[in-house]
Ligand binder design. Structure first.
Ligand code: HEC
Length: 116
């Protein structure tokens, strides 16, 4: 009985630790190289000098380069879940998988966003 209890405590603790680690590093699995295939759809708005959209109206677009991966990942998940309301970003985020988001977050956290 005592052994069984210890085992399940250890298993429980391990499970907690794993979940915690995943929660703390949402972008850990992201691959910046993979993101290169996906950033084309972001650059139109986020990659232009001055960071403004030309259409439908001139609107300041936040700079992504240099943001932390966790920040970008959280923002994209929030748009996807509807917690953030901006219509274009909700549309974009809805089309991204969790892997896409992790890759993009990894990419933008490792670049200044400037074109090379
Ligand atoms: C149609 C133009 C457009 C496209 C395309 C676009 N974005 Fe955005 N994005 C915006 C605008 C405008 C905002 C600010 C919205 C707001 O105020 O909530 C924004 C906000 C964000 C934010 C939140 C930034 C912050 O500081 O709060 C992230 C992260 C983001 N975009 C990532 C992306 C990624 C990644 C892509 C490509 C998959 C992408 N966006 C494509 C226009 C765009």
């Amino acid at each position: 009985m005592k052994i069984k209890l210890t085992t399940s405590l250890v298993a429980g603790a391990l499970l907690c630790a794993t979940t915690w680690a995943q929660a703390q590093q949402p972008a850990a699995a992201g691959d910046p190289k993979e993101a290169h295939k996906k950033i084309a759809m972001c650059e139109g708005c986020h990659g232009i000098p001055g960071y403004k959209t030309a259409y439908p109206e001139v609107y300041h677009v936040p700079m992504l380069g240099g943001q932390s991966a966790a920040y970008i990942s959280n923002a994209l998940h929030a748009y996807k879940a509807g917690q953030r309301k901006h219509p274009s970003m909700r549309g974009i985020a809805a089309s991204l998988s969790d892997k896409d988001i992790a890759d993009l977050a990894a990419y933008y956290s490792t670049t200044t966003g400037a074109h090379k």
